[in-house]
Design a binder for this molecule. Structure first.
Ligand code: H2B
Length: 93
């Protein structure tokens, strides 16, 4: 996907998504560790079904996410789909 295509597609995502080092980047803060880990578990189940996995880290109630398709060395529809799923799971944050 070109940078323009990615930018256009990002208009359909939550405003907190950024483009950082060629990856879709979002930082989330939950009420506590359990909520953060429950979110990560939901994403993990989706990611495994989609065979498309996030780069992420968790510290207590924070989760930092970077989405990129390693096989394509760039952002693809798979990353946009995963970002959309993440937005759905966090719409009540
Ligand atoms: N996840 C991500 N983010 N990018 C990939 O290119 C990728 C993946 N490839 N999950 C998948 C697994 C691939 O390695 C397997 C073999 O389908």
């Amino acid at each position: 996907m070109s940078t323009g295509d990615v930018a256009a597609a990002m208009s359909n995502l939550h405003a907190d998504w950024d483009l950082v080092s060629g990856k879709l980047h979002r930082e989330l803060k939950f009420a506590n560790f359990i909520d953060a880990f429950a979110f990560m578990t939901s994403v993990a189940i989706y990611a495994e079904k989609a065979d498309h996995h996030p780069e992420w880290s968790n510290v207590y109630n924070r989760v930092v996410i970077d989405l990129v398709t390693h096989d394509a060395d760039g952002i693809t529809e798979l990353d946009l789909d995963l970002a959309t799923k993440i937005d759905q799971l966090t719409k009540d944050l």
